[in-house]
Design a binder for this molecule. Structure first.
Ligand code: PEP
Length: 252
């Protein structure tokens, strides 16, 4: 077992209502009972409609709350239906997922992602920036060049400090129960860290999470890859039992 901090970040997507607080409550109870939990960071990125409510109810500091997207404009503006990073910060978000492939499918470009990242970092939110190739890109052997492009065109040296966490999420792995082969995943995570250092001329590696069909079964193999700094968990994070099982099985 490693001594490095590992992230377990839930992405609830467009699910949940006030009654879903019971999920957070159960996860919190579990963490509370566990000893030595200081090497694991639990973050739940929930719908914007729930952040403030959960934040008020959640008296413990063991779980942080996050959002899943924001508008690129940092504060207020004539953007119907949108929410800015400053608004999210004010209601209790500490983290934010940006660049998720589901948003890319809706037309979000690398330029828009870049603006969103800058807004969120200005607001002192921890950014979880998602990158990953589609199945078609993988089949054509383009994984590394796609990842490089996503990193280069959405990040900016000036803004790369501790608050950026990368999440490698192969698009073909999200919600499909398929995960990359161990050696391939290991090499890809190593590539992301190395390329990041090269692009931004830094000797500091970013934290890189893995996301895509993480569950109580796949976590066994994923745990054995020491280069992974944590996990972005979609559907399994919408159930307290499934989420806790992932965290528990990580120890094994
Ligand atoms: C996600 O959408 O970020 C994700 C990782 O989903 P899932 O865990 O359901 O594959």
């Amino acid at each position: 077992m490693t001594n490095k901090l590992k992230y377990f970040i839930g992405n609830w997507k467009m699910f949940g209502d006030f009654s879903s607080f019971k999920i957070i409550y159960k996860i919190n109870q579990y963490i509370y009972k566990e000893k030595n939990f200081n090497k694991k960071k639990i973050v739940l990125c929930v719908p914007n409609t729930l952040i403030h409510f959960f934040q008020k109810k959640l008296k413990s500091k063991l779980i942080s709350l996050g959002a899943q997207n924001c508008h690129y404009h940092e504060t207020y503006g004539p953007f119907t239906g949108s929410v800015s990073a400053s608004m999210l910060k004010k209601i209790g978000a500490e983290y934010i997922i940006l660049g998720h492939s589901e948003n890319r499918l809706e037309g979000e470009t690398n330029q828009i992602k870049k603006k969103k990242i800058i807004s969120a970092l200005n607001q002192k939110l921890h950014v979880i920036f998602c990158i990953g190739e589609t199945y078609k890109e993988k089949s054509k052997g383009k994984t590394f060049s796609i990842l490089r492009k996503q990193i280069k065109s959405s990040l900016n040296k000036k803004f790369i400090k501790n608050k950026i966490i990368l999440a490698y999420e192969p698009v073909w792995s999200i919600g499909t129960n398929k995960i990359p082969k161990k050696s391939v995943l290991q090499n890809t995570i190593k590539f992301i860290k190395k390329d990041f250092r090269k692009i931004f001329k830094t000797n500091k590696s970013p934290k890189v999470l893995y996301g895509g069909s993480v569950n109580h079964q796949s976590i066994g193999l994923l745990s054995s890859i020491s280069e992974i700094d944590g996990f972005l968990i979609g559907s399994a994070s919408q159930s307290a039992k499934k989420f806790i099982d992932i965290v528990k099985n990580y120890y094994k």
